[in-house]
Design a protein around this ligand. Structure first.
Ligand SMILES: [Zn+2]
Length: 259
C-alpha cells in the first residue's frame, strides 16, 4: 500500500498525495503550488491526477500540473473536469499509473450531481477518497443533489468495512463535532472523539483520515435513523418525520444554520 500524505491548501483543504517510492498521484489538487512544492521537496514524479468532483478547490490546479506533467486525469463522467482523460462512474475500476493501486469507483451524488468516490478494497489497508461527500463528523452541503441522494451516497460509504480509512478534502472536524454534540449530547463515543480530535488540532495534526466505524458511531449524518438522532431531528423540526431520509434532510438543514 502506498503512503498517503496530506498537502494542506487554501484555508482548510487537504490535497492527498499518494506515494510509492519516487512516484506519486494527487487527489483533488485545487491548487498546483503546494503540490509542486511537495513534489520538488520530495523529488517525486507525478503519475496521475484523481478528481472526485468539479469544484474549483478540487480541480483548480489541474491545468498548471498538466503543463509540467502530462499525466492521466481520472474524474467523474457526469461533470466537467479540466484535462480529464478517464471519465468514470460506478462499477469502474482503475489502476493508478506508477503506483499499482487499484481503486473502485462509487457514484455518490448529493454535494454535486456527479460526485464520485474511490475505494481501495485491499484488506491490508482499505481506504476511500470521499471528496466533499463524507466529512469527519459531517457531510458536504447539498449544492446540486437532493437529501435522498446524499443519504443514499452516505449509506454506501457507511457500508464499507469499518476499518476503512476515509480521506475527505477538508479539515472541518471540530466544528462538525460541535454540531454533532448538539444533535446527540448523550453519545459517549462522540464526546470521547471530540476530546481526541481537539487534542490532534492542539498539536497541529490533521484529524483526517477517520475510520468508517468511527463515523458510524459518531457522525449524525450517518445516524439519522438512530432513535436519539431521529428524535432530535423531530424536536428540531417540530413535526413528526416519516423516515430516516426525512430526518437526514432536517439534520442537514439544521447544520446549515448552526453557529
Ligand atoms: Zn465541493
Amino acid at each position: 500500500m502506498p503512503a498517503i500524505i496530506p498537502i494542506p491548501a487554501f484555508s482548510d483543504n487537504y490535497i492527498w498525495l499518494v506515494r510509492e517510492g519516487s512516484r506519486a498521484a494527487v487527489v483533488d489538487p485545487g491548487d498546483a503550488g503546494p503540490v509542486q512544492d511537495c513534489l520538488e521537496r520530495e523529488n517525486l514524479t507525478l503519475t496521475a491526477i484523481i478528481v472526485t468532483h468539479h469544484h474549483g478547490d478540487h480541480v483548480g490546479g489541474n491545468a498548471a500540473l498538466l503543463a509540467r506533467f502530462p499525466v492521466p486525469v481520472f474524474g467523474p463522467a457526469r461533470e466537467t473536469i479540466p484535462g480529464r482523460t478517464h471519465a468514470l462512474g460506478e462499477g469502474d475500476t482503475i489502476t493508478v499509473p506508477g503506483l499499482g493501486l487499484v481503486l473502485r469507483v462509487l457514484d455518490v451524488p448529493g454535494h454535486t450531481a456527479g460526485h464520485i468516490a474511490y475505494v481501495s478494497d485491499d484488506p491490508r489497508a482499505p481506504v476511500a477518497f470521499v471528496g466533499d461527500t463524507l466529512f469527519a463528523g459531517g457531510c458536504g452541503r447539498l449544492f446540486e443533489g437532493t437529501a435522498a441522494q446524499m443519504a443514499a451516497s452516505l449509506a454506501k460509504l457507511a457500508a464499507l468495512p469499518g476499518e476503512t480509512l476515509a480521506y475527505c478534502a477538508h479539515e472541518y472536524t471540530l466544528s462538525n463535532l460541535r454540531f454533532a454534540l448538539a444533535v446527540e449530547p448523550g453519545n459517549a463515543a462522540l464526546r470521547e472523539r471530540q476530546v481526541r480530535e481537539q487534542g490532534k488540532r492542539d498539536r497541529g495534526l490533521p484529524t483526517v483520515p477517520s475510520t468508517i466505524a468511527e463515523e458510524r458511531a459518531t457522525n449524525p449524518f450517518l445516524r439519522a435513523g438512530e432513535p436519539a438522532v431521529f428524535a432530535a431531528a423531530q424536536a428540531h423540526a417540530g413535526r413528526t418525520l416519516a423516515d430516516a431520509v426525512d430526518a437526514f434532510a432536517v439534520v442537514r438543514e439544521w447544520k446549515n444554520g448552526f453557529r
